[in-house]
Design a protein around this ligand. Structure first.
Ligand code: PLP
Length: 228
């Protein structure tokens, strides 16, 4: 099984161009599997539950060059903790959350709890999806001015998750829309607003084709997840 994991990962790595960052989504994955993936050179790991992530960070603290990414829905009362524990937060999905992150980031810097601001992505719903959090494209345009005013947010780009059940053409076209959106709002942000976090196990090749800079892969590396 472990040989399989390493074999699968190496195969996947050959499909990912060097300018695209492969993020291993390790939610529910046992530590041994994470360590194996680390052994293959992967340094980016993503979690979607704060408590689980913190427990793993504690257990893996000797692996000090791991870059931790948060990809789950973040409740505002956990925003402070998230700033302290993650280098990247991909799932900033509302103005209210962005506002809290801005306030707490300033505090955390002042109190020297952190030395660098986490890098964040704004989560957008390219296609309507009742089951997901995030900005619709039109809401994002409405909130741009306010987002720009947050001095303590290091906004690096956009993150998107597509609804299930789309054809390849629809997937490619939706990812291309995300890329166009990034281009169109770029001027509102600083020059390092250039990241597109998109593509999961089932659609990452199309995401890369459309311009993804980060892909978030779980199942295809680690196998099926145990249900929560
Ligand atoms: C679970 C998860 C992934 C990984 O999904 P797979 O289909 O297992 O690759 C990627 N992004 C987010 C936000 C997730 O919650």
């Amino acid at each position: 099984m472990n040989d399989n994991l390493v074999h699968r990962l190496r195969e996947i790595q050959t499909t990912i161009p060097s300018h695209v960052r492969l993020i291993a989504v390790s939610k529910t994955v046992p530590l041994e599997a994470m360590v194996m993936v680390y052994g293959e050179g992967i340094r980016d790991f993503a979690e979607n539950k704060l408590q689980d992530a913190i427990a793993k960070q504690e257990q893996l603290k000797d692996f000090s060059d791991i870059c931790w990414h948060f990809i789950g829905h973040l409740q505002t009362n956990k925003a402070k903790k998230a700033i302290e524990c993650f280098s990247w937060i991909h799932s900033v999905d509302s103005l209210k959350l962005a506002q809290k992150l801005d306030t707490y980031s300033q505090q955390a810097l002042d109190e020297k709890v952190i030395t660098d601001l986490p890098q964040i992505c704004l989560q957008v719903k390219i296609l309507p999806d009742e089951n997901k959090h995030g900005w619709s494209i039109s809401q994002l345009y409405e909130d741009l001015e306010t987002l720009k005013s947050f001095k303590y947010l290091n906004i690096r780009g956009l993150m998107t998750i597509l609804p299930l059940g789309l054809s390849s053409d629809e997937i490619l076209s939706a990812f291309a829309q995300a890329r166009d959106l990034l281009e169109n709002i770029k001027d509102s942000f600083n020059s390092n607003f250039d990241q597109l976090s998109m593509g999961m196990s089932g659609d990452y090749l199309l995401a890369i084709e459309a311009g993804a800079t980060m892909v978030r892969l779980g199942t295809i590396i680690f196998g099926d997840r145990k249900p929560y």
